[in-house]
Design a protein around this ligand. Structure first.
Ligand code: PLP
Length: 383
């Protein structure tokens, strides 16, 4: 065997022993159902919070855009890939987020790994919530800045790090998920915004799981009534928006800088026109019907109430079981009952916190949520 393959097999067998080897399972989604291995399961593992991935208005918009502009952008946006739908999507996103401008990227991952190094370099300081998404950590690492992680949602810890280190760096950046992807809680954005202003630092919130779900659909900066001043509102079009792509909403100056300097914007092909058209149609629906956007959170709260869990702040409800074996067994038990709740294991979450992560969507039937909570309550042993 070639040394390359020996390397790969050794790595895989070590992961196998820890039950951490991953294999994608072919999954055919039909609305709230997912069919895999010949079984149709009610899915609580999709981030399709508003069930828009298969909505007729989005499909129609995507087909119309395909007929008009084709299936691909053909080049990066600074060359010839900037088809006319981009300007409309960007102005719609800026309006939703109440910023001067917006810039769309190829994905949320590409957004964070591009934006962060465009704003901070080796001389600078970045504070990151310890439970932030992997692509935030990747972006921070790529920047070469001095990166310090503060305890989850602990503003006092972030303040202590600012006090100790901010003076040594020309620029400071605080980066956090707005809604934490594996825990579902909200970042203390108001307090972080005040902290950032006090230390002349900039705040970036990743609203991947907030847009379309919290704050009347406008996201985590709008979650508690009055809008919080978050100058860098990043997010993705791949969850409640139902398609694909990432974005940053910010001032005109920042957006112009992104379009000029951000490597993941410059050196990557533009999104396909149908994806951009579908995102515009999704924003239309969310703006027209904020009551619908409130449904995933209502359903998450019903489930958590029945389970005696803390009241959720988003559509995501985690049930931490601890060890990988326990969570795999619980996931299998639910699958046997017709539910898809994928086991979430390290390194996606810290060691010892493997969990079931329930993601609620607008169209989950209340009766099925009740049945799910009964089964989990009676048959899954909690830590
Ligand atoms: C908080 C957060 N940020 C960014 C991303 C990446 O977004 P995308 O899937 O569009 O690359 C995700 C999930 O995928 C996420 O949960």
């Amino acid at each position: 065997m070639r040394s390359l393959d020996v390397f790969a097999w050794d790595k895989l067998s070590a992961l196998e022993q820890q039950r951490l080897r991953r294999t994608p399972v072919v999954t055919e989604r039909q609305g709230i159902y997912a069919e895999r291995n010949g079984r149709r399961l009610l899915s609580f593992s999709c981030n399709d919070y508003l069930n828009l991935t298969q909505h007729p208005a989005l499909i129609e918009a995507a087909m119309e855009a395909t007929r008009r502009y084709g299936v691909g952008a053909g080049a990066s946006r600074l060359v010839t890939g900037n088809h006319p739908l981009y300007a409309e999507l960007e102005s719609r996103l800026a309006r939703v987020k109440a910023t001067e401008a917006a810039c769309v990227f190829g994905s949320g991952y590409l957004a964070n790994t591009g934006i962060i190094p465009s704003l901070a370099g080796p001389d600078d300081l970045i504070l990151v919530d310890e439970l932030s998404h992997a692509c935030i950590n990747a972006g921070a690492k790529l920047s070469g800045a001095s990166v310090r992680r503060y305890r989850h949602c602990d503003v006092e810890h972030a303040e202590a790090l600012m006090t100790a280190h901010r003076v040594n760096h020309p620029r400071g950046l605080i980066v956090t998920d707005g809604v934490f992807s594996m825990d579902g809680d909200l970042a203390p954005l108001r307090e972080l915004s005040e902290l950032a202003q006090r230390f002349d630092a900039w705040l970036l919130a990743d609203d991947a799981h907030g847009l379309g779900v919290v704050g009347g659909g406008r996201g985590s900066a709008f979650a508690n009534g009055k809008a919080v001043d978050v100058p860098l509102q990043m997010g993705t079009l791949s969850k409640a928006i139902g398609g694909y792509g990432g974005y940053l909403c910010a001032s005109q100056a920042v957006i112009d800088l992104m379009r000029t300097r951000t490597r993941t914007f410059i050196y990557s092909t533009g999104l396909p026109p149908p994806v951009v058209a579908a995102a515009i149609a999704a924003i239309d629906l969310i703006e027209r019907d904020p009551a619908y956007a409130a449904e995933p959170l209502r359903k998450a709260r019903n489930f958590a109430g029945a389970m005696n869990l803390p009241e959720p702040q988003s559509a995501i409800v985690p049930l931490i079981l601890g060890e990988t074996d326990a969570v795999l067994a619980a996931s299998q038990l639910l699958e046997d009952e017709g539910f898809l709740v994928v086991a979430i294991r390290p390194p996606t979450v810290p060691q010892g916190t493997a969990r079931l992560r329930f993601a609620f969507t607008a169209q989950h039937p209340d009766t099925e949520i009740e049945r799910l909570s009964e089964i989990v309550r009676s048959r899954v042993s909690r830590r």
